[in-house]
Design a binder for this molecule. Structure first.
Ligand code: ADP
Length: 481
């Protein structure tokens, strides 16, 4: 296993300590032991980082570099990530607790393809010519948004950095990135790769630190033009309020409480697989997790019995073991929060079909959990648990289902399992969510947009849609007289 080195702050392509000299511990959630420590950035470090990003945006090689050359740098980042993917997958697993099988097969390949995708897109970003009235030539320019503050969560630490940096760099923005305090390590490793790939000084600055100090300082800094945030809906609301002080542009990717809907006419075995993938992938620490499992009444019992059999065979434990299917929750706080929700569910009348308790004496492992007898009004069906707990909710018919599926403050994603293609497409229109998976779940591609309806946020990441977040349009009028 690799030696995990202490982390620093990246400003202007130099690794430095925080001005306060403070550091914070990074824990391995599978062992509860300290992995390393990292420099703790706060407002003073954010100010230095923003200054570097502003300078890099206004002058120097980044501003004058061709879009194609920016694309080449992004492609080099992809190649370097690929070269070091084993080491980085292990680092992610050590820090986050997720199974190595997932970091190898999801986090790393998806991060690599995100840099490849935006490497390819960089020189294809352009405005339009517009046939206006009168004797004028009118055209639009798509210019970078400027200095961007990016705040990311701990559930997919490298991948969220890739989703944020890829489009921001393709469009010519400069960035101050704040990783989550629980999981700063792969973002810092990515910083080393950005330097190796030849990114000019100040273009990406990485400041590890805590939300209310480093995060809030980034959101309120007057020289930051745009904030891109992924995290909880609660903190998203704070971020939006703070950003209003300078009317910064904001995009938010927040929580979810996705309906995963199984009809009696579906391929039941495939749907059982989909229900598992929907909730147990990444220990359920996924904003689009299929946490409300809607089952058509007449298959409810059969489905739950099949699901229970499968769930009880899941391999939970050492995240570094390639056979492991579910690892540790990211922190003690999350571990306790999840178990607290199970207790609350029981008090409100839900029954534990399986799981509902810690899986090991040491480490923040929670058994994969199924709750039945849940109705859509219970706390466990309304609030985001962000853990491996699925709530089974029976439904009678189409109208009953659509009402319940949409009866949530969230709207990030939904799953639909049926062999009736017409029904699937009708429902895909009726469900208020940013992503609909039909006979599949948790599918991602750098080319396909992702983002929320309602309190799951606004703005779309990935694909060409993300360019909207990081560019602004200028209309130029030229008199032809
Ligand atoms: P979770 O509740 O899932 O831990 P959070 O929404 O708290 O997720 O955290 C997501 C990111 O937001 C992290 O990088 C965290 O440090 C940051 N953050 C937390 N509070 C604030 C805040 N007040 N201002 C800016 N960023 C914050």
């Amino acid at each position: 296993m690799q030696v995990v080195k202490p982390g620093k702050i990246l400003i202007n392509n130099e690794w430095c300590e925080s001005q306060s000299g403070k550091r914070f511990d990074v824990i391995n959630p599978a062992t509860e032991l300290k992995l390393t420590d990292v420099a703790e950035g706060d407002a003073a470090d954010i100010a230095r980082a923003v200054k570097a990003a502003r300078q890099a945006f206004e002058s120097g090689p980044w501003k004058t570099m061709s879009a194609r050359e920016r694309g080449r740098i992004l492609n080099r980042v992809a190649l370097l990530l690929d070269k070091h993917k084993e080491e980085i997958a292990e680092l992610e697993t050590l820090n986050n607790g997720k199974p190595i099988h997932e970091t190898r097969n999801a986090d790393l390949p998806l991060s690599i393809e995100t840099f490849e995708y935006y490497g390819g897109l960089a020189d294809k970003i352009h405005g339009d010519t517009i046939p206006v009235n009168g004797n004028f030539f009118n055209y639009t320019l798509r210019e970078p948004a400027g200095v961007v503050g990016q705040i990311i969560p701990w559930n997919f630490p490298l991948l969220m950095a890739a989703w944020k940096l890829g489009p921001a760099l393709a469009t010519g923005c400069t960035v101050v990135l704040k990783p989550a305090e629980q999981t700063p390590l792969t973002a810092l490793r990515l910083g080393e790769i950005l330097l190796e790939a030849g990114l000019p000084a100040g273009v990406v600055n990485i400041v590890p630190g805590f939300g209310p100090t480093a995060g809030a300082a980034l959101v309120t800094h007057p020289e930051v033009d745009k904030i891109a945030f992924t995290g909880s809906t609660e903190v998203g609301k704070t971020v939006m309020q703070l950003a209003s002080s300078h009317l910064k542009r904001v995009s938010l990717e927040l929580g979810g409480k996705a309906p995963n809907i199984v009809f009696a006419d579906s391929d039941i075995d495939a749907a059982v697989n989909g229900a598992m993938r929907g909730i147990f992938f990444n220990q359920g620490e996924v904003c689009c997790a299929g946490s409300r499992l809607f089952l058509e009444e007449r298959i409810h019992d059969e489905f739950l019995s099949k699901l229970k059999t499968r769930v009880e065979k899941m391999v939970v434990g050492n995240p570094l073991d390639p056979q492991t299917q579910m690892g540790a929750q990211v922190s003690e706080e999350q571990f306790r929060k999840i178990l607290g929700y199970v207790e609350k569910g029981k008090k409100e009348g839900a029954k534990v079909v399986t799981g509902g308790s810690p899986a090991q004496a040491t480490g923040y492992f929670v058994k994969p959990t199924i709750l039945e007898g849940v109705n859509n009004e219970m706390t466990v069906a309304r609030e985001e648990i962000f853990g491996p707990v699925v709530c089974a909710i029976p439904f009678k018919n189409h109208d009953h289902l659509v009402h319940q599926a949409n009866d949530t403050v969230y709207g990030l994603s939904a799953g639909i399992w049926t062999r009736d293609i017409g029904k699937a497409h009708r429902l895909a229109k009726e469900i208020k969510a940013g992503t609909i998976w039909v006979n599949c779940y948790n599918c991602f591609d750098a080319a396909s947009p992702f983002g929320g309806f309602k309190q799951s946020g606004f703005g779309r990441e990935l694909g060409k849609y993300a360019l909207e977040l990081y560019t602004q349009v200028k209309s130029v009028w030229v008199s032809l007289d």
